[in-house]
Design a protein around this ligand. Structure first.
Ligand code: SF4
Ligand code: SF4
Length: 401
């Protein structure tokens, strides 16, 4: 696509990257077929092709309106369009650049600003989020059903084995996962302990930065990334850990991209690239390190998060692990489509999010599974709020003796 970027961005790193991406798009529209928001809304401006056009116009200096921002806000950043695109358009990177420009040229209404600021402030702070969740659980019986469904019941983590092995890997606790489902990292630690690997969390390691970055507080998100690198660096620099394990695919896709996201920061770019090169999704580690043999464990439907299948391009791996462990995988139609969780999307775009959740749950439950497995805490919580069927991280299913 021919582009003529405006002076304000042409000679910047973002401008050069955006121009290279825009030039690859041939406007063929193949990506519209797999875009969840286009399927729900039917408007070309809510498709990847339409959004690419809006971003191109914004970067060329055309007037930007609230409507432009609305179409970008409605994008889930699921990146199904990247998987579909035959020309290799890196839509995810382009939309990050486009959103920053559009945000800087428009003004949100006060309530929207307060809501987004509250999410950006509260979600990455694990202690604050834990207190809020505990209060929500106390008040749960008094809440209306729609709100009650969003507050998951607490689950015990179980024992975390002592760090007794010479082989060690770091694991990210993350911001909301320790409060919502501490059982996930504990189950990963138990499984890997059996494989001769000790999983350890670094003191002071918190949010990966994805929450604030994708709320368009991009510099605050980068600050979170730098803090996390600082917390991990002693263990990385000492050579005592051989990998950094991600149990939430949403965090994994962000940390694997640190090298790119901090490429313009001379103080952190090398460390960031090193962190990204050490980062593995839990499914990559488990498939490389252990055999999950078993039989007759019942029917399970797997929901592959967008951050796993599109963002990290990891497909069929978890399904293989569950099958080896003895679970019968039920077929799931349209498995490439987003469940509507998408970080804070379910809170900021509730109507589209709820519609997508309904479609996803219908597809997941069609084969009559006893449980639904997933690989991301956001998807887990979102799906669980719409069904009585148990939704678990796949590692929790493997941890069942
Ligand atoms: S992003 Fe790819 S699939 Fe979509 S219109 Fe552009 S070239 Fe075609
Ligand atoms: S990231 Fe997802 S929602 Fe956004 S344009 Fe691409 S396919 Fe559509």
């Amino acid at each position: 696509m021919q582009t003529e970027l405006a002076d304000f961005i042409r000679d910047t790193p973002e401008g050069r990257e955006a121009e290279a991406i825009l030039r690859k798009c041939v406007h063929c529209g193949f990506c519209t077929a797999t875009c969840p928001t286009y399927q729900v809304l039917g408007d070309d401006l809510d498709s990847p092709r339409g959004r690419i056009y809006l971003i191109k116009r914004a970067l060329e200096g055309a007037p930007v309106t609230e409507k432009t921002r609305l179409h970008l806000d409605r994008c889930l950043t699921c990146r199904a369009c990247e998987t579909t695109c035959p020309s290799g358009v890196q839509y995810g990177r382009l939309v990050d650049i486009g959103r920053a420009v559009v945000e800087s040229k428009t003004c949100r209404r006060p309530l929207e600003r307060v809501t987004r600021a509250a999410l950006a402030f509260g979600l990455p702070r694990t202690a604050l989020f834990s207190v809020a969740l505990a209060l929500g659980r106390l008040a749960r019986p008094l809440l209306p059903p729609a709100l009650k469904a969003k507050i998951p019941a607490s689950r015990k983590a179980g024992a975390w084995p002592a760090a007794r092995h010479a082989r060690k890997m770091l694991v990210l606790g993350g911001c909301v996962q320790p409060a919502l489902a501490p059982s996930i990292n504990a189950a990963a630690a138990r499984l890997l302990d059996r494989a001769g690997i000790s999983l350890v969390e670094a003191p002071g390691a918190g949010c990966c930065g994805g929450v604030r970055f994708h709320l368009n507080y991009q510099e605050d998100g980068r600050d979170d990334m730098r803090s996390l690198i600082d917390a991990w660096w002693p263990a990385v620099a000492s050579g005592e850990i051989e990998a950094i394990v991600m149990t939430a695919s949403g965090c994994g896709v962000t940390v694997k991209d640190y090298g790119h996201l901090l490429a313009q920061d001379p103080a952190y770019r090398e460390k960031a690239a090193r962190i990204s090169s050490l980062t593995r999704d839990l499914s990559e580690v488990i498939s490389a390190e252990m055999v999950t043999a078993g039989t007759g464990r019942g029917k399970v439907a797997f929901q592959s998060p967008c951050t796993l299948q599109h963002g990290q391009q990891i497909r069929a791996r978890v399904e293989a692990l569950l099958a080896q462990a003895g679970y019968q995988l039920t077929p799931v139609n349209d498995a490439h489509l987003c469940c509507g969780s998408a970080g804070t999307y379910s809170l900021l775009q509730p109507a589209i999010s709820t519609e997508l959740r309904g479609r996803k749950l219908a597809a997941l439950q069609a084969g009559g599974p006893a449980a639904i497995a997933t690989a991301n805490i956001g998807c887990l919580t979102h799906l669980q709020s719409g069904t009585q069927t148990a939704v678990r991280h796949w590692i929790e299913l493997l941890d069942v003796q």
